[in-house]
Design a protein around this ligand. Structure first.
Ligand code: NAD
Length: 242
């Protein structure tokens, strides 16, 4: 098991879903965890040894800087915040694209800019960015803004990895298939026929079930401790892209 004792981890969107499971997994691996989210209420019952919660809206550049200054040197940054919009290129309101670019892409740029100088100084650091198989990995119907922005996450991951590999900073992306989470439940319910929509989501995963947040969290912990892996978009998708 990856040992992250002595490491300080900053996670965005840690109140629920993959971010929450990751915060707990990082804490189990021995790290000092700063679990942040914009949803204070949902953060309320997130507790573990060496885990602190804080409200952070990653759309707010000033708040990101203040948060990182308060934490001090960050060894591992897990950019988990993201939003899913439905719709094709013709259906998607421009406002959705603006939100998707801001939250799925620019927010990662903000947090990476905030932690990188310290990582460069210490010549060590791991950055993990949440992408998706719905990206440059695979075209998924009805996910135009999402696929576009998650492809950008893979691009920014590789660019940062290339620029800072000589400083011993690793930057990798995680590309999940469909994972059980509160927002997935909302998307399924929004379709009307819950059982039929859920069955359709499961049918996309050849392994025959949805992923769990804990399975993605295990990969995040692995990448946090991986010292010879950088610039990779690691797919974890129950066989969706075989
Ligand atoms: P989720 O969508 O259920 O929860 C998202 C969390 O993000 C919430 O706690 C919310 O409060 C937080 N958040 C929203 N806006 C924020 C902001 N401005 N600042 C800080 N936090 C904010 O969780 P999930 O489904 O596990 O998704 C987490 C990440 O994984 C996202 O980037 C998502 O795109 C990605 N992902 C999810 C799946 C999936 O099937 N669930 C698949 C591939 C990738």
């Amino acid at each position: 098991m990856t040992d992250l004792a002595g490491k300080t981890v900053l996670i965005t969107a840690a109140a629920q879903g993959i971010g929450r499971a990751s915060a707990l997994a990082f804490a189990r691996a021995g790290a000092r965890v700063h679990a942040t989210d914009v949803n204070a209420a949902a953060l309320g019952d997130l507790r573990a040894d060496n885990l602190q919660t804080a409200i952070l809206d990653v759309l707010d550049a000033g708040a990101v800087t203040t948060c990182v200054n308060r934490i001090g040197p960050v060894d591992v940054l897990f950019n988990c915040a993201g939003v899913v919009h439905g719709g094709t290129i013709l259906e998607m309101p421009d406002a959705d694209l603006d939100v998707a670019i801001d939250l799925n892409v620019k927010a990662m740029i903000r947090t990476i800019r905030a932690v990188l100088p310290g990582m460069i100084e210490r010549r060590d650091g791991a950055i993990i960015n949440m992408a998706s198989v719905a990206s440059s990995v695979k075209g998924v119907p009805n996910r135009f803004a999402y696929g576009l922005t998650k492809a950008a996450v893979i691009g920014l991951t590789k660019a940062v990895a290339a620029d800072y590999v000589a400083h011993n900073i690793r930057c990798n992306a995680i590309c999940p298939g469909t994972v059980e989470s509160p927002s997935l439940q909302e998307r399924i319910r929004a379709q009307g026929d819950y059982e039929q929509t859920r069955a359709a989501f499961i049918a996309r995963q050849p392994i025959g079930r949805l992923g769990t947040p804990e399975e993605i969290a295990d990969l995040a912990v692995y990448l946090a401790g991986a010292t010879y892996t950088t610039g990779q978009a690691v797919t974890i998708d129950g066989g969706w892209t075989i």
